[in-house]
Design a protein around this ligand. Structure first.
Ligand SMILES: [Zn+2]
Length: 366
């Protein structure tokens, strides 16, 4: 709760003003530098600090547009506290419209919090991993109350919020258990405030196996102990105005929930918000049983029950194939189909949200 000076790179906050600058993170082999653009909006009154990051996957553009929208109003004069916005934390992906930075074909959203991760000992750091270290340290040094990381998923997918699992040590003390429970509660509050459909990450063991604790939000939650959400704002590679509007409203909702701006949290109406009355988690169990051409039956946003036909695989002539049915393995709703219709046997074909009975906190696998 302060409006003391905040600095990231060359951006230095000014009470009642918006500051622009950049964080130099990488020297380029041919000269020049990779710079992460930074915007700091500081109110005249003290209050919480909210950090928003976007575009770690270079083709995921909606978050950039959302940040521009949030800043379009004269926010600094209305704000209590500080909003930090990093419109792209992967300029080298944005410039070439690719998920990965052009200098390295690795997912930049699986190497956080950077080189300090103990598993990196003795292993040379990935290039982006060194970039991530600097961004992570710069953000955590500002002691934000929360971080919102903006992404996109497949074409026609329903925007949703991913809620990370909160990990605790394998033999936790009562205090460590309570710390994890408290953080999970804060995540619940934050996700409700943002206002999109809430989908939990995979259960703890799979979450770590997939290195999702090393995503931006995962590392902010599980290394820094700060609430953070991943927001999947519909399709990437283009701007979808309802998704931009929903994402913008969600960010403003978080500022309202923290009482950083006036007003109450507004329901998201620009996109469907699905709540089946039970918790759901991300699931990729809808796989092509055989190779062929995918036909969808259930559409994005639609609920389904265990055993329902979600879609089928037919041949290139459109004829049905034996064993081509794709059925639901649990109750849930369909977030979106993967892009493309030519599928190979075993390939995940849809992003599902299915009933989740696992706890929101879990032990860090040894
Ligand atoms: Zn992404």
């Amino acid at each position: 709760m302060s409006n003391s000076s905040i600095q990231i790179g060359t951006a230095v906050s000014q009470p009642g003003g918006t500051s622009y600058g950049s964080l130099r993170v990488l020297d380029l082999p041919t000269g020049g530098h990779e710079e992460i653009p930074v915007i700091i909006v500081q109110g005249t009154e003290p209050g919480p600090t909210v950090c928003v990051t976007a575009n770690i996957h270079g083709g995921e553009l909606t978050g950039i547009a959302c940040i521009h929208q949030v800043l379009a109003s004269d926010l600094a004069t209305q704000l209590r506290g500080t909003l930090i916005a990093l419109p792209t934390i992967n300029p080298a992906g944005l410039q070439v419209m690719q998920r990965f930075p052009y200098y390295e074909p690795k997912d930049p959203n699986r190497v956080w919090p950077g080189y300090k991760n103990p598993k990196s000992n003795g292993v040379p750091p990935a290039i982006y991993q060194q970039v991530a270290t600097q961004i992570f340290d710069a953000i955590v040094a500002t002691e934000p109350d929360c971080l919102l990381d903006l992404h996109n998923a497949s074409i026609d997918s329903v925007p949703f919020t991913i809620r990370d699992r909160v990990l605790f040590p394998p033999q936790p003390s009562a205090a460590q258990r309570k710390q994890a429970d408290d953080l999970a509660e804060k995540l619940e509050w934050l996700a409700r405030a943002f206002g999109l459909s809430i989908v939990n990450e995979s259960p703890a063991a799979k979450y770590v196996e997939l290195a999702l604790h090393r995503s931006v939000a995962g590392s902010i939650v599980n290394t820094a102990g700060i609430p953070s959400l991943t927001l999947e704002l519909g399709m990437g590679m283009a701007i979808d105005p309802p998704a931009v509007s929903a994402g913008t409203e969600g960010i403003l909702n978080v500022l309202r929930a923290y009482e950083m701006i006036d007003g109450v949290v507004e329901p998201i109406t620009q996109v469907p918000v699905i709540d089946l009355g039970f918790q759901v988690r991300r699931d990729d169990s809808a796989r092509a049983p055989i190779s062929g051409i995918l036909q969808s039956v259930v559409q994005p946003g639609q609920p389904f029950a265990k055993g329902d036909l979600l879609g089928r695989v037919v041949d290139i002539y459109g004829r049905s194939l034996d064993g081509g049915e794709i059925t639901a393995t649990a109750d849930g709703w369909l977030i979106g189909w993967r892009n493309g219709i030519a599928v190979y046997r075993g390939q995940p074909v849809a992003s599902l949200a299915v009933r989740d009975d696992d706890p929101l906190t879990g032990p860090q696998p040894e």
